[in-house]
Design a protein around this ligand. Structure first.
Ligand code: NAP
Ligand code: ZN
Ligand code: ZN
Length: 350
């Protein structure tokens, strides 16, 4: 067994505290990763506090934006060798046989998805623990390659925030000639802006925080709409082909649907704890659609990582020691993050 140091929630709504546990011994297809950095996703906060009503098991070690150095590999591993940089995202295994898995859409596996934390490990029947920890053992098929062109701390948020925005941008055809709105400029939103701009689409930030205007421009947004000003809803009425909604809290969907053109789509990636409500005319009037999207498959995640490496960008990060993670959660709730907290795991190793 490999001993790992971590921070865990021991109960819903309690602060994270130090925790030690054992990772499984690597099997023939496993990669042992010495974790260097792990991003702090708003889903970690929702999950730690059991806001989605999943009746979560505790202790919970969150973290699914993991980048580290390969320490050892199993005898049959082909993709990695010791010393390589590797990444792990939101899932660490799936059924591998259903239609979605066969198509590389593991995030929609029709069997059981083994989430990076809060799941049950196939190999041991024990709980999965995430990346707020010093080590992880993952099957090579669910491990990503991280280019040396990317700084590891800036690459970590790509494993969730990056792929969660890249996948719907690609699926709904963002690119030249299309107008895309990114609703909410947080961890997901800021990656959505960079990725949309890099894909050659016109991108507008739709934000409730007027003070983020300069940041939006720096992040390559073409336009900025301050949604705390009612005039913005008139100015952008019927404007967008696609809106990616990354907002983590309850908000009025009907108002944002009116910003879409005929046949436009609002894609929900944000997961507020309360169910959305919508006036049906906002959809029927212009044949508009509301859709959802969940992270991305392994192949598409690799494609996105390579795209970012080739274009030379990762996330905008604030690196913190593990001891500041509870404060980071509170700051995230106050919208005080530019634009992703990333934990430096050296602070836990000592
Ligand atoms: P985040 O960094 O906290 O950003 C959320 C943004 O939403 C904020 O920066 C803010 O942007 C906006 N916002 C927050 N409260 C608001 C309110 N009351 N009214 C209007 N806007 C508000 O969170 P994140 O890590 O990007 O995650 C966003 C959401 O996506 C979370 O619910 C998370 O669970 C979910 N998620 C889903 C997937 C998936 O696969 N679908 C994957 C990862 C995360 P402005 O200041 O610009 O308004
Ligand atoms: Zn996430
Ligand atoms: Zn499957």
């Amino acid at each position: 067994m490999l001993s790992a140091k971590a921070y865990a929630a021991h109960k819903a709504k309690e602060a994270l505290k130090p925790f030690t546990f054992d990772r499984r011994d690597p099997g023939p297809y496993d990669v042992v990763i010495d974790i260097l950095f792990c991003g702090v996703c708003h889903s970690d906060l929702h999950q730690v506090r059991d806001e989605w009503g999943f009746d979560n098991a505790y202790p919970m070690v969150p973290g699914h934006e993991i980048v580290g150095r390969v320490e050892a590999v199993g005898s049959s591993v082909k993709k990695f060798k010791a010393g390589d940089m590797a990444g792990v995202g939101v899932l660490v295994d799936t059924c591998r046989t259903c239609g979605s898995c066969q198509e590389g859409l593991e995030q929609y596996c029709e069997g059981v998805i083994i989430w990076t934390y809060g799941g049950v490990e196939k190999q041991t029947g024990k709980p999965t623990y995430g990346g707020y920890s010093t080590k992880i053992v993952v099957d090579e098929n669910y491990t990503l390659k991280i280019s040396p062109k990317l700084k590891p701390q800036e690459a970590a948020p790509l494993l969730c925030a990056g792929i969660t925005t890249y996948s719907p941008l690609k699926h709904w055809g963002a690119g030249p000639g299309k107008k895309v709105g990114i609703l909410g400029l947080g961890g997901l939103g800021h990656m959505g802006v960079k990725l949309a701009a890099a894909l050659g689409t016109e991108v507008t930030v739709l934000s409730s925080s007027s003070k983020k205007k300069e940041d939006a421009q720096r992040l390559w947004a073409h336009k900025f709409a301050d949604m705390s000003d009612p005039k913005s809803f008139q100015e952008y009425a019927g404007y967008f082909h696609l809106i990616i909604d990354t907002v983590s809290a309850q908000h009025d969907f009907t108002k944002y649907m009116d910003l879409l053109k005929r046949d436009g789509t609002l894609v929900l990636v944000g997961l507020p704890a309360t169910p959305p409500s919508i006036v049906p005319f906002a959809l029927t009037g212009r044949r508009r659609a509301i859709a959802g999207s969940q992270v991305g498959g392994i192949k598409e995640t690799q494609e996105m990582l390579d795209f970012c490496a080739e274009k030379g960008f990762g996330a905008d990060v604030e690196v913190i020691p593990m001891g500041k993670v509870n404060e980071a959660f509170e700051r995230m709730l106050k919208n005080d993050v530019r634009y992703r907290f990333v934990i430096d795991m050296a602070s836990l190793k000592g």
